[in-house]
Structure formats: structure tokens, C-alpha cells
Design a protein around this ligand. Structure first.
Ligand SMILES: Cc1ncc(COP(=O)(O)O)c(C=O)c1O
Length: 352
């Protein structure tokens, strides 16, 4: 079967491009002695998680316990959860999961530590703990090196959990500033920091210049998307996932309507000034997907010298590929257009 025979709208992934992206970043990490721990949020597929580990990754990163459970049950044995795991129910699940995989969790507060300590006291093997610090992302994370040391001391006061290091997202120049202050404090306190985990595709190949991290967590690099192209972290030929859609109406000469709306492409836009619309049409680069309803996308063809006909299929590079993956039950893997497999996106929608 060829991808041109698939019903639309449908996400298709070029297997060779995805594998090339996996290999390329692994080579960079090997050359710079970084451990690579890919974030599976982009593909949400056990197949690619195993491919990443076969290529040399030390393990995987997930955001949710539900993602960790599925991945562990497919035989992945080293999993980092970069999210404060909190509450009795999750602590019980975490403890059970240590029967299948070596788990570590990034935390930034004592409440989360209490849940981990409870899980650790019932775990088959100790649960690794990283302290998340803020270094420019303005999300969660301890705010000062002193807070990081205090939380690490609290981790060390519990058995069943093991302090292994520090973690931040994304890696920026502020990461280096934080570490410059924090690492001497840890040394002074006699606390070993074995893992310093940074992340993010846009800066991935600059990690060696940015900060003294020894582990890299990246997700989007496997598929890439229009956002990564805008950040000059990827070229069109590095984009592995496209959405195929059909032109279902041409109500006016400068307007086309496709069968892909927000349920297919998501509503994510690029940052102001980086490009308009809800995706890139590589074959009609001057056309803009200017509006989305749930099921329809409205294309402005005013600046496009060529215009797609009713019934024609168009290829779209999504703005933000991770959220697109999460919208689809399955993706089609292909090589040069020949369908290799239909894969269920098992991890989609895991909010818990
Ligand atoms: C904690 C964490 N690590 C790593 C990543 C991977 O980032 P990217 O997809 O830019 O590679 C993310 C993405 O949101 C993240 O939240």
C-alpha cells in the first residue's frame, strides 16, 4: 500500500528520516560524552523508544506515570519521570512499577518528596531522585542553588530513595550560571551530583557550549516540525511526520478548505514573527492555513501562484508535532511512500 491510498486526514511518518534523526543526535552525544535520554512525548510509541535505546540512549524520559507504565511493560528498563509525582495513588503505582524498571523522578518540593519516600519504602529497588531547578524556562523548579542543596539533604534523610542529581528544562546560558553556584555548594555539603540533566531540541547541538550537563533529554528531534524549522534546529528534509489532508472545497479562487482542522493539526501557533497559520504546506509554501474549525482548515491562497484543486491531497508539516501525535489513534510508518506499518499511539491521552 502507498500513503497516497490512505484515507485522510492522516499522520504519516517517514521511517528513514526518523531513524536518521535518532542516529545523528546520538552521534553528537557520543562525541561529546553526553548520555542521551530521549523524551518520548513526541512519538509516544514503544517502537521508537526501543529504536532510541538500541542506538545508544541510556533510557527514556516520560512526563506521566501512565506513560512510564506502558513503556516499562514493553521492556524499557530505565525511565525518568520529569514531573512532580504526588499523592497516595500515584505513589502506590510508582512502587509497583519498580518491579519492572529502574525509575527516577524529578521533583522540586517536599510534598512530592513525601510521596516518593512512601513509594521508595515499598519499592523493589530504590527510586532515583533529581532536583529540578529553574534556569530560564519559568516553569517549575527550585529557584536558588541553596534550595536545591536543602531539598537534596531532605532526600538523603529517607531510605528507599536515592539522590542522583540535578535536572532542568530547557538548557540555557542560565543553566550554566545556576550550576556555577550550585556545584560548589553540593561539594561543600559532601553530596555527590552524578547526573546533570538538561534538555530541549532547539539548543540540543549547542549543549556542549551552553552548560556542563552530562545528560540530554530531547523529544521533538525525532520528528521535527515547523517550530523547529523556525528555530533553525531542523530543515524541511529533517521533518519526519506530515499530515496528509484532502482539499474538499474551493468556494473561491483564493480559498481552499481541507479536511484537517484543530482535531487533526491542534491549535498551536508559532511564536509571533515566526510564521502565520496552522502548518506549512511544502508543495504550496505561499499558501497559509489561516483558520481552523474542528474538522476543517481554511487556506488562504491569495499569495500562492499555484493552487490545489478540489480532491487533491496536500502535505502539511504541523507547527508543533508533539501535540499532533497526541490527537491521533495511530500513525502510518512509511519508506519512500510505501506503508511499512500502522502503529497505535498507545501513550496518547495519558494525563495521569
Ligand atoms: C522536562 C522536559 N524535558 C525534555 C523535553 C524535550 O524537549 P524538546 O521536545 O524540545 O526536545 C521537554 C519538552 O517539553 C520537557 O518538558
Amino acid at each position: 500500500m502507498h500513503i497516497s491510498e490512505l484515507d485522510t486526514p492522516v499522520p504519516v511518518v517517514d521511517y528513514d528520516i526518523a531513524c536518521r534523526n535518532i542516529r545523528r543526535l546520538q552521534e553528537y552525544c557520543d562525541a561529546n560524552r553526553f548520555k542521551l535520554r530521549p523524551h518520548i512525548k513526541t512519538h509516544k510509541l514503544p517502537l521508537f523508544a526501543h529504536e532510541q535505546c538500541k542506538a545508544g540512549a541510556v533510557g527514556i524520559t516520560v512526563q506521566k506515570l501512565g506513560e512510564a507504565e506502558i513503556m516499562a511493560h514493553t521492556g524499557l528498563t530505565d525511565i525518568l519521570i520529569t514531573y512532580n509525582v504526588m499523592g497516595q495513588e500515584k505513589a502506590e503505582r510508582l512502587a509497583r512499577l519498580t518491579n519492572f524498571a529502574r525509575l527516577s523522578v524529578a521533583i522540586d518540593n517536599e510534598k512530592a518528596l513525601q510521596s516518593l519516600a512512601w513509594a521508595g519504602s515499598r519499592a523493589r529497588v530504590p527510586i532515583g531522585v533529581l532536583i529540578e531547578f529553574e534556569s530560564g524556562g519559568n516553569r517549575q523548579g527550585v529557584q536558588t542553588p541553596g534550595q536545591a542543596v536543602d531539598l537534596a539533604k531532605a532526600v538523603l534523610s529517607h531510605s528507599g530513595v536515592e539522590f542522583i542529581g540535578l535536572m532542568t528544562y530547557p538548557t540555557t546560558t542560565k543553566t550554566a550560571e545556576f550550576l556555577r553556584e550550585a556545584l560548589p555548594l553540593f561539594r561543600k555539603a559532601g553530596i555527590e551530583v552524578s547526573v546533570i540533566s538538561g534538555g530541549g531540541t532547539p539548543n540540543a547541538y549547542r549543549t556542549h557550549e551552553l552548560a556542563p550537563v552530562n545528560e540530554l533529554r530531547v523529544g521533538t528531534y525525532i520528528y521535527n516540525d515547523r517550530m523547529m524549522m523556525a528555530a533553525q534546529a531542523a530543515r524541511l528534509e529533517d521533518c519526519a511526520l506530515s499530515v496528509l489532508a484532502t482539499v474538499v472545497s474551493r468556494p473561491r479562487s483564493e480559498r481552499a478548505v481541507i479536511d484537517a482542522g484543530s482535531k487533526t493539526l491542534s491549535s498551536d501557533l508559532l511564536a509571533p514573527g515566526q510564521g502565520a497559520g496552522y502548518g506549512l504546506l511544502p508543495d504550496y509554501p505561499d499558501a497559509s492555513i489561516e483558520r481552523l474549525n474542528e474538522e476543517h482548515g481554511v487556506l488562504d491562497l491569495g499569495r500562492s501562484p499555484r493552487k490545489p484543486e478540489i480532491g487533491e491531497r496536500v502535505r502539511i508539516i504541523p507547527n508543533h508535532v508533539c501535540v499532533v501525535t497526541n490527537l491521533h489513534d495511530s500513525i502510518y510508518l512509511h519508506r519512500d511512500g510505501a506503508v511499512l506499518a500502522q502503529l497505535s499511539v498507545y501513550l496518547r491521552g495519558k494525563t495521569i
